[in-house]
Design a protein around this ligand. Structure first.
Ligand code: KG4
Ligand code: ZN
Length: 336
Protein backbone atom coordinates (compact mmCIF):
# COMPACT_ATOMS: atom_id res chain seq x y z
CA UNK A 1 0.00 0.00 0.00
CA UNK A 2 1.15 3.54 -0.76
CA UNK A 3 2.43 5.51 2.24
CA UNK A 4 0.21 8.34 3.43
CA UNK A 5 2.21 11.51 3.95
CA UNK A 6 0.60 14.18 6.15
CA UNK A 7 1.72 17.80 6.21
CA UNK A 8 0.36 19.34 9.42
CA UNK A 9 0.09 22.96 10.49
CA UNK A 10 -0.49 24.33 13.99
CA UNK A 11 -0.89 28.02 14.88
CA UNK A 12 -3.57 28.14 17.61
CA UNK A 13 -1.58 30.11 20.18
CA UNK A 14 2.04 31.25 20.23
CA UNK A 15 3.80 28.44 18.37
CA UNK A 16 3.96 28.37 14.57
CA UNK A 17 4.57 24.75 13.67
CA UNK A 18 4.73 22.39 10.72
CA UNK A 19 5.28 18.64 10.79
CA UNK A 20 5.45 15.90 8.21
CA UNK A 21 4.39 12.38 9.13
CA UNK A 22 4.42 9.03 7.37
CA UNK A 23 1.38 6.82 7.97
CA UNK A 24 0.27 8.90 10.95
CA UNK A 25 2.80 7.87 13.56
CA UNK A 26 6.23 8.26 12.02
CA UNK A 27 7.46 11.83 12.37
CA UNK A 28 9.73 12.84 9.48
CA UNK A 29 9.96 16.50 10.56
CA UNK A 30 8.62 18.47 13.51
CA UNK A 31 9.48 22.16 13.24
CA UNK A 32 8.31 24.54 15.98
CA UNK A 33 8.90 28.28 15.99
CA UNK A 34 8.00 29.61 19.42
CA UNK A 35 7.13 33.22 20.19
CA UNK A 36 7.67 32.88 23.95
CA UNK A 37 10.49 35.42 24.04
CA UNK A 38 8.24 38.04 22.44
CA UNK A 39 5.21 37.47 24.69
CA UNK A 40 7.38 37.18 27.83
CA UNK A 41 7.73 40.97 27.89
CA UNK A 42 3.96 41.31 28.23
CA UNK A 43 3.54 38.56 30.84
CA UNK A 44 1.31 36.52 28.53
CA UNK A 45 0.29 35.95 24.92
CA UNK A 46 -0.79 39.14 23.07
CA UNK A 47 -3.22 37.81 20.41
CA UNK A 48 -2.57 40.50 17.78
CA UNK A 49 1.19 40.10 18.09
CA UNK A 50 0.81 36.31 17.88
CA UNK A 51 -1.14 36.55 14.59
CA UNK A 52 1.43 38.85 13.02
CA UNK A 53 4.30 36.58 14.02
CA UNK A 54 2.49 33.54 12.62
CA UNK A 55 2.24 35.34 9.27
CA UNK A 56 5.99 36.05 9.32
CA UNK A 57 6.92 32.49 10.33
CA UNK A 58 4.56 30.14 8.58
CA UNK A 59 6.35 29.98 5.23
CA UNK A 60 9.66 29.43 6.97
CA UNK A 61 8.49 26.52 9.14
CA UNK A 62 6.77 24.77 6.22
CA UNK A 63 9.87 25.03 4.04
CA UNK A 64 12.09 23.85 6.87
CA UNK A 65 9.82 20.86 7.55
CA UNK A 66 9.88 19.82 3.88
CA UNK A 67 13.63 20.12 3.78
CA UNK A 68 14.11 18.12 7.02
CA UNK A 69 11.77 15.39 5.77
CA UNK A 70 13.50 15.36 2.37
CA UNK A 71 10.14 15.87 0.68
CA UNK A 72 8.55 18.00 -2.00
CA UNK A 73 5.01 19.34 -2.04
CA UNK A 74 4.18 16.72 -4.66
CA UNK A 75 4.94 13.96 -2.09
CA UNK A 76 2.22 15.14 0.32
CA UNK A 77 -1.03 13.11 0.46
CA UNK A 78 -3.11 15.55 2.51
CA UNK A 79 -2.96 18.64 4.73
CA UNK A 80 -3.99 18.58 8.41
CA UNK A 81 -4.57 21.86 10.23
CA UNK A 82 -5.76 23.04 13.63
CA UNK A 83 -9.04 24.96 13.24
CA UNK A 84 -9.86 25.34 16.95
CA UNK A 85 -9.89 25.89 19.83
CA UNK A 86 -7.48 28.79 20.15
CA UNK A 87 -7.00 32.47 19.38
CA UNK A 88 -9.09 33.29 16.33
CA UNK A 89 -6.52 35.49 14.56
CA UNK A 90 -3.76 32.98 15.22
CA UNK A 91 -5.86 30.04 14.02
CA UNK A 92 -6.83 31.89 10.84
CA UNK A 93 -3.20 32.26 9.75
CA UNK A 94 -2.52 28.51 9.80
CA UNK A 95 -5.95 27.66 8.44
CA UNK A 96 -5.78 30.09 5.49
CA UNK A 97 -2.30 28.85 4.66
CA UNK A 98 -3.42 25.21 4.86
CA UNK A 99 -6.47 25.86 2.67
CA UNK A 100 -4.38 27.59 0.01
CA UNK A 101 -1.87 24.75 0.06
CA UNK A 102 -4.53 22.03 -0.23
CA UNK A 103 -6.32 23.94 -3.00
CA UNK A 104 -3.22 24.68 -5.05
CA UNK A 105 -1.87 21.12 -4.70
CA UNK A 106 -5.28 19.59 -5.32
CA UNK A 107 -5.08 17.39 -2.20
CA UNK A 108 -7.54 16.87 0.69
CA UNK A 109 -7.77 19.21 3.66
CA UNK A 110 -8.52 17.83 7.12
CA UNK A 111 -9.36 20.14 10.04
CA UNK A 112 -8.14 19.00 13.45
CA UNK A 113 -9.32 19.84 16.95
CA UNK A 114 -6.30 21.04 18.94
CA UNK A 115 -7.35 19.07 22.04
CA UNK A 116 -7.60 15.89 19.97
CA UNK A 117 -4.12 16.75 18.74
CA UNK A 118 -2.78 16.82 22.29
CA UNK A 119 -4.11 13.39 23.18
CA UNK A 120 -2.81 11.99 19.87
CA UNK A 121 0.77 12.92 20.84
CA UNK A 122 0.83 9.63 22.75
CA UNK A 123 0.19 7.58 19.59
CA UNK A 124 3.41 8.97 18.12
CA UNK A 125 5.53 8.09 21.12
CA UNK A 126 3.96 4.73 21.95
CA UNK A 127 3.73 2.50 18.88
CA UNK A 128 1.61 -0.09 20.67
CA UNK A 129 -0.96 2.39 22.04
CA UNK A 130 -4.45 1.81 20.68
CA UNK A 131 -7.86 2.86 22.03
CA UNK A 132 -9.69 2.38 24.31
CA UNK A 133 -8.16 4.21 27.28
CA UNK A 134 -8.70 7.18 29.56
CA UNK A 135 -6.71 10.33 28.96
CA UNK A 136 -5.96 13.41 31.02
CA UNK A 137 -5.34 16.47 28.84
CA UNK A 138 -3.81 19.35 30.75
CA UNK A 139 -2.67 22.52 29.00
CA UNK A 140 -2.75 26.30 29.18
CA UNK A 141 -6.28 26.39 27.85
CA UNK A 142 -7.77 23.01 28.75
CA UNK A 143 -8.14 20.46 31.52
CA UNK A 144 -10.14 17.46 30.35
CA UNK A 145 -10.58 13.85 31.43
CA UNK A 146 -11.68 11.94 28.36
CA UNK A 147 -12.62 8.35 27.62
CA UNK A 148 -11.09 7.50 24.23
CA UNK A 149 -13.37 4.76 22.93
CA UNK A 150 -11.83 4.68 19.47
CA UNK A 151 -9.91 7.00 17.13
CA UNK A 152 -12.13 10.08 16.97
CA UNK A 153 -14.72 8.64 19.37
CA UNK A 154 -14.55 10.46 22.69
CA UNK A 155 -16.62 10.90 25.79
CA UNK A 156 -15.77 13.77 28.09
CA UNK A 157 -15.78 12.48 31.65
CA UNK A 158 -14.87 15.77 33.29
CA UNK A 159 -13.33 19.15 32.70
CA UNK A 160 -12.44 22.31 34.53
CA UNK A 161 -15.30 24.52 35.65
CA UNK A 162 -13.12 27.62 35.51
CA UNK A 163 -9.35 28.04 34.99
CA UNK A 164 -7.31 25.46 33.12
CA UNK A 165 -4.48 23.88 35.11
CA UNK A 166 -1.75 25.52 32.97
CA UNK A 167 -3.51 28.86 33.31
CA UNK A 168 -3.32 28.47 37.11
CA UNK A 169 0.44 27.86 36.87
CA UNK A 170 0.82 30.94 34.63
CA UNK A 171 -1.30 33.19 36.89
CA UNK A 172 0.49 32.18 40.08
CA UNK A 173 3.88 32.74 38.46
CA UNK A 174 2.73 36.14 37.22
CA UNK A 175 1.49 37.16 40.69
CA UNK A 176 4.88 36.22 42.09
CA UNK A 177 6.72 38.08 39.34
CA UNK A 178 8.41 34.89 38.13
CA UNK A 179 7.87 35.31 34.38
CA UNK A 180 6.03 33.63 31.52
CA UNK A 181 5.16 30.83 30.90
CA UNK A 182 4.77 30.02 34.58
CA UNK A 183 4.61 26.22 34.43
CA UNK A 184 8.27 25.41 33.81
CA UNK A 185 9.44 28.09 36.32
CA UNK A 186 7.10 26.90 39.08
CA UNK A 187 8.14 23.30 38.32
CA UNK A 188 11.81 24.22 38.71
CA UNK A 189 11.39 26.27 41.92
CA UNK A 190 9.09 23.65 43.45
CA UNK A 191 11.96 21.15 43.39
CA UNK A 192 13.72 23.29 46.04
CA UNK A 193 10.58 23.82 48.17
CA UNK A 194 8.44 21.97 50.72
CA UNK A 195 5.12 20.77 49.26
CA UNK A 196 3.64 20.60 52.77
CA UNK A 197 4.69 24.12 53.80
CA UNK A 198 1.30 25.69 53.01
CA UNK A 199 -1.99 23.84 53.06
CA UNK A 200 -3.68 24.98 49.82
CA UNK A 201 -7.17 23.62 48.97
CA UNK A 202 -7.79 20.56 46.77
CA UNK A 203 -11.04 21.65 45.09
CA UNK A 204 -13.54 19.02 43.89
CA UNK A 205 -11.43 16.14 45.18
CA UNK A 206 -14.27 14.65 47.23
CA UNK A 207 -17.00 15.69 44.81
CA UNK A 208 -18.88 13.19 42.66
CA UNK A 209 -17.79 13.15 39.03
CA UNK A 210 -14.56 14.15 37.39
CA UNK A 211 -14.73 17.93 37.07
CA UNK A 212 -11.95 20.20 38.24
CA UNK A 213 -11.72 23.75 39.57
CA UNK A 214 -8.55 25.77 39.94
CA UNK A 215 -9.76 29.33 40.49
CA UNK A 216 -10.28 28.79 44.25
CA UNK A 217 -6.73 27.48 44.55
CA UNK A 218 -5.44 30.48 42.61
CA UNK A 219 -7.33 32.89 44.95
CA UNK A 220 -6.03 31.02 47.95
CA UNK A 221 -2.41 31.45 46.75
CA UNK A 222 -3.02 35.15 45.99
CA UNK A 223 -4.58 35.66 49.46
CA UNK A 224 -1.61 33.95 51.05
CA UNK A 225 0.85 36.18 49.15
CA UNK A 226 -1.11 39.32 50.11
CA UNK A 227 -1.39 38.40 53.76
CA UNK A 228 2.35 37.66 53.97
CA UNK A 229 3.08 41.05 52.40
CA UNK A 230 0.68 42.80 54.82
CA UNK A 231 2.37 41.12 57.77
CA UNK A 232 5.75 42.00 56.22
CA UNK A 233 6.74 38.35 56.44
CA UNK A 234 9.16 36.69 54.06
CA UNK A 235 7.61 34.77 51.16
CA UNK A 236 9.55 31.62 50.36
CA UNK A 237 8.81 31.32 46.62
CA UNK A 238 10.05 27.72 46.49
CA UNK A 239 7.59 26.67 49.25
CA UNK A 240 4.67 28.53 47.64
CA UNK A 241 5.44 26.88 44.27
CA UNK A 242 5.87 23.42 45.79
CA UNK A 243 2.66 23.69 47.86
CA UNK A 244 0.62 25.09 44.96
CA UNK A 245 1.95 22.46 42.57
CA UNK A 246 1.23 19.67 45.08
CA UNK A 247 -2.41 20.81 45.28
CA UNK A 248 -2.78 20.78 41.47
CA UNK A 249 -1.02 17.45 41.06
CA UNK A 250 -2.96 15.84 43.91
CA UNK A 251 -6.36 16.63 42.36
CA UNK A 252 -5.34 15.84 38.77
CA UNK A 253 -3.78 12.50 39.61
CA UNK A 254 -6.53 11.47 42.06
CA UNK A 255 -9.30 12.12 39.52
CA UNK A 256 -7.41 10.60 36.58
CA UNK A 257 -6.78 7.34 38.47
CA UNK A 258 -10.36 7.27 39.78
CA UNK A 259 -11.82 7.75 36.29
CA UNK A 260 -9.60 5.02 34.84
CA UNK A 261 -10.62 2.56 37.56
CA UNK A 262 -14.32 3.50 37.53
CA UNK A 263 -14.46 3.00 33.77
CA UNK A 264 -12.76 -0.37 34.08
CA UNK A 265 -9.58 0.50 32.16
CA UNK A 266 -5.97 -0.33 32.96
CA UNK A 267 -4.53 2.21 30.55
CA UNK A 268 -4.19 5.96 31.16
CA UNK A 269 -2.45 8.60 29.07
CA UNK A 270 -1.39 12.12 29.93
CA UNK A 271 -0.87 14.98 27.48
CA UNK A 272 -0.75 18.77 27.02
CA UNK A 273 1.73 21.40 28.20
CA UNK A 274 1.21 20.60 31.90
CA UNK A 275 2.07 16.95 31.16
CA UNK A 276 5.65 18.27 31.08
CA UNK A 277 5.37 18.90 34.83
CA UNK A 278 7.83 16.66 36.66
CA UNK A 279 5.73 16.29 39.83
CA UNK A 280 2.62 15.37 37.83
CA UNK A 281 4.53 12.77 35.81
CA UNK A 282 6.14 11.27 38.93
CA UNK A 283 3.04 11.27 41.14
CA UNK A 284 0.80 9.87 38.45
CA UNK A 285 3.36 7.19 37.64
CA UNK A 286 3.62 6.10 41.28
CA UNK A 287 -0.14 6.10 41.84
CA UNK A 288 -0.78 4.32 38.52
CA UNK A 289 1.75 1.60 39.37
CA UNK A 290 0.08 1.02 42.74
CA UNK A 291 -3.26 0.52 40.98
CA UNK A 292 -1.87 -1.68 38.18
CA UNK A 293 -2.55 1.03 35.59
CA UNK A 294 -0.26 1.41 32.59
CA UNK A 295 0.51 5.15 32.32
CA UNK A 296 1.85 6.68 29.13
CA UNK A 297 2.93 10.23 28.43
CA UNK A 298 4.72 11.90 25.53
CA UNK A 299 8.28 13.28 25.55
CA UNK A 300 8.52 16.98 26.50
CA UNK A 301 8.62 18.22 22.89
CA UNK A 302 5.26 16.57 22.16
CA UNK A 303 3.63 17.86 25.40
CA UNK A 304 3.58 21.55 24.49
CA UNK A 305 2.12 22.79 21.21
CA UNK A 306 3.51 21.16 18.05
CA UNK A 307 2.25 20.12 14.63
CA UNK A 308 3.27 16.45 14.85
CA UNK A 309 0.35 15.75 17.21
CA UNK A 310 -1.98 17.59 14.79
CA UNK A 311 -0.65 15.47 11.93
CA UNK A 312 -1.29 12.26 13.85
CA UNK A 313 -4.88 13.24 14.74
CA UNK A 314 -5.35 14.46 11.14
CA UNK A 315 -4.13 11.14 9.74
CA UNK A 316 -6.77 9.17 11.66
CA UNK A 317 -9.46 11.63 10.57
CA UNK A 318 -8.21 11.27 6.99
CA UNK A 319 -8.27 7.45 6.93
CA UNK A 320 -11.72 7.57 8.53
CA UNK A 321 -12.93 9.59 5.55
CA UNK A 322 -13.03 13.08 6.98
CA UNK A 323 -12.58 15.85 4.38
CA UNK A 324 -13.02 19.58 4.81
CA UNK A 325 -13.67 22.15 2.13
CA UNK A 326 -12.56 25.72 1.55
CA UNK A 327 -15.39 26.96 3.82
CA UNK A 328 -13.74 25.50 6.92
CA UNK A 329 -13.52 28.35 9.43
CA UNK A 330 -11.60 28.88 12.65
CA UNK A 331 -13.66 27.95 15.73
CA UNK A 332 -12.05 29.59 18.79
CA UNK A 333 -14.14 27.64 21.33
CA UNK A 334 -14.29 24.32 19.46
CA UNK A 335 -15.23 21.44 21.77
CA UNK A 336 -13.81 17.95 21.57
O1 KG4 B 1 -0.24 22.66 25.47
P1 KG4 B 1 0.34 24.02 25.58
O2 KG4 B 1 1.64 24.29 24.92
O3 KG4 B 1 -0.66 25.10 25.05
C1 KG4 B 1 -2.04 25.06 25.15
O4 KG4 B 1 -2.69 24.35 24.35
O5 KG4 B 1 -2.54 25.71 26.09
O6 KG4 B 1 0.43 24.31 27.14
C2 KG4 B 1 1.03 25.46 27.64
C3 KG4 B 1 0.86 25.42 29.15
C4 KG4 B 1 1.26 26.73 29.83
O7 KG4 B 1 0.23 27.12 30.72
C5 KG4 B 1 2.53 26.33 30.57
O8 KG4 B 1 2.73 27.08 31.76
C6 KG4 B 1 2.26 24.87 30.89
O9 KG4 B 1 1.66 24.38 29.72
N1 KG4 B 1 3.50 24.13 31.17
C7 KG4 B 1 3.75 23.58 32.37
C8 KG4 B 1 5.06 23.03 32.28
N2 KG4 B 1 5.54 23.26 31.01
C9 KG4 B 1 4.56 23.93 30.34
N3 KG4 B 1 3.01 23.52 33.49
C10 KG4 B 1 3.55 22.91 34.56
N4 KG4 B 1 4.80 22.39 34.56
C11 KG4 B 1 5.58 22.41 33.45
N5 KG4 B 1 6.81 21.87 33.48
ZN1 ZN C 1 -2.03 23.15 23.22
Amino acid sequence: MKDIITLAIESSCDETACAILKNGRQVLANVISTQIDIHKKFGGVVPEVASRKHIENIDIVVEEALEKAGMKFSDISHIAVTYGPGLVGALLVGLSYAKSLAFSLGIPLVGVNHIEGHLSANYIEHEDLVPPFVTLIVSGGHTHLVEVKDYGDYEILGKTKDDASGEAFDKIARAMGLGYPGGPIVDRLAKEGDPNAIDFPRACIHEEGYDFSFSGLKSSVLNYLNSMKMKEKEIVAEDVCASFQAAVVDVLSYKAIKATKDKGYTRLTLSGGVAANSALRDTLKTRAELEGIDLKYPPMVLCTDNAAMIGCAGYYRYINGRRDDMYLNAVPNLKI
